[in-house]
Design a protein around this ligand. Sequence first.
Ligand code: SAM
Length: 284
Amino acid sequence: MKKNDENSLRKIIKEYNLKPKKKLGQNFLHDKNIISSIINKANVKGEDIIEIGPGPGILTESILINKARSLLVIEKDNSFKVNLKKIKSNYKDNFDYLIDDVINFDFKKLTKKEYKFVSNLPYNISVPFILKMIKIRRTIPWKEMILMVQKEVAERITADIGTKNYGRLSIMVNLNNDVKKLLNVKPSSFIPRPKVNSTVIKISPKNKYININNEVFEKIVKICFSQRRKKVKNNLDQLNINTISLLELSNIDPNIRAENIDIQGFIRISNNYENLIKENYEDF
Ligand code: SAM
């Protein structure tokens, strides 16, 4: 069965003369069991879907066969245009494609639908893509993201407080979202085989949005983790403010490390820092 899946993907690669490009993270998924699991978990029926990086289009066609209401795909590599055109000729009413770089793509251009994102993401853009999407969610509301990422990235995103993987990425993503690991995928499910394992994750916005100054929050988290082994007070000293009183106000022990501060703790530090800065400006 697996061999058949692999052969049908090889046929498409040959038919369209597609040569997998490493720099675009082109590891194509051929394992139909994994594709079915992704489609089931994403519950695509009746949904407006955006797929990033359709490539040869096997996941793409599966989304359409499983009755998504609409599917828009964004692909950077122009050489997939021929097969995407062919898919469009079979699904004129509910499929479209854009040849574009998703990292620079302005999602404001799209009509206001509440999209679900489904993607076997290229490894090199998975973190910038996720950070971009969580940043724009206030203006471009999306419903859910089902994403295949490198296993190590999934572990950083879902890391528990106090562990070595807990850091900026875990905090930024979990501030306003819930994240679940759905399934692990072995290199043998792809052509060509990547050197790393992969994990499919689901990112869903939390019901209550924490309205915080994102720039300040990001800056605080970055500084607190600038040297993981250092006490949080010593890292925050870079800010040239009274760090002891900032941490006291935020109910954080100055002697602990950033990896032992939960998201609520970072929110308190960030809000108090913002207020301190405002007060200082008002004194002038
Ligand atoms: N969806 C296909 C599959 O599952 O077999 C291909 C997945 S492959 C891991 C990643 C795809 O993303 C490739 O088709 C690649 O060309 C495309 N890609 C890479 N960088 C991109 C970017 N910045 N914007 C949009 N697509 C990109």
